[in-house]
Ligand binder design. Structure first.
Ligand code: NAD
Length: 259
């Protein structure tokens, strides 16, 4: 493990443009369950997974009913607005402040990278703390709409004040296309980087999981994950196996000693 931490620190220093890809695993130490880890939401409740796969279809069929369900049912991931970043998120924010990390592309919908202080964050699967117009992709803070009042007054779904399109949560549902702007920027970042640090993802959700392949021809790919993934031994150069909340701060410490 020590050797790999040293190797990662040296690779980070040598690279010119480094980006991080993150998944639900980086937020488990903030008390937010992942989906496919040993105690993940899907692992424990496969029926919830089947329902989630139909979510976008249900939204298209009946946006009003979809919103009513959203506003009355409890979230599978708990109250994300109250979640706070952990040492893994803070380590990535430190790397950005040190000028080491140029961008974070996250699958997470919890907003914790921004809360930790990272400034350039691409939310590939959106954010549950924001809403998005499905026509013009304008994003809104959740509290820009009084959703409970709209429900009481039978005025759901919310409509975009700019183009009158239907508004949904910004979080990308299964089967929903990745918003064009973030998909394009992420692709550009993956092609530009010469080091990719992949943290806490099972790397099975596409198209996100294709970003390492895009980077591979010219980039060093380092995985930090609790368990091996389909990238391990094929796309990634090496895996540092363990918790992101422990390993990332150790890499930052090592870098500070080297620099
Ligand atoms: P996943 O659940 O498929 O995989 C998480 C991976 O992280 C697993 O391999 C697990 O072993 C590993 N892991 C768990 N805790 C870890 C830790 N402390 N340190 C290192 N590794 C750890 O997650 P995914 O690949 O991100 O795909 C799930 C999808 O669901 C994503 O698209 C995401 O949008 C969504 N999701 C988001 C959140 C969130 O925003 N926090 C939480 C759950 C799911």
């Amino acid at each position: 493990m020590e050797n790999l931490i040293q190797r990662a620190a040296e690779d980070l220093i040598k690279a010119r443009y480094r980006i991080a890809l993150t998944g639900a695993g980086i937020s488990t130490e903030s008390g937010i369950p992942d989906f496919r880890g040993p105690s993940g939401v899907w692992t424990r409740n496969p029926e919830a997974e089947r329902r989630a796969y139909r979510s976008y279809e249900r939204f298209l069929e009946n946006p009003k009913g979809w919103w009513e369900e959203r506003l009355t049912a409890s979230s599978l991931l708990g109250d994300l607005e109250k979640a706070i970043p952990n040492s893994g998120h803070y380590a990535l924010a430190d790397l950005e402040k040190m000028g080491i990390l140029q961008c974070v592309i996250t699958q997470n919908v919890d907003g914790l990278h921004e809360k930790a202080g990272n400034e350039y964050v691409l939310e590939y699967h959106g954010s549950v703390l924001k809403l998005r117009c499905t026509s013009c992709t304008t994003r809104f803070k959740r509290d820009e709409f009084d959703l409970q009042r709209l429900m009481r007054e039978n005025q759901l779904p919310p409509h975009c004040p700019k183009c009158k399109g239907i508004v949904k949560t910004d979080g990308v549902a299964f089967g929903e296309p990745i918003p064009h702007d973030v998909a394009q920027q992420s692709l550009e970042e993956a092609r530009k980087c010469d080091l990719m640090l992949i943290c806490g993802t099972s790397a099975v959700v596409y198209p996100f999981a294709s970003l390492p392949e895009m980077a591979k021809p010219s980039a060093i790919i380092i995985e930090i994950n609790a368990e091996p993934t389909p990238l391990t031994g094929r796309t990634s150069d090496y895996l540092i196996q363990g918790k992101t909340g422990e390993i990332l701060p150790r890499i930052v410490e090592r870098l500070k000693k080297i620099q």
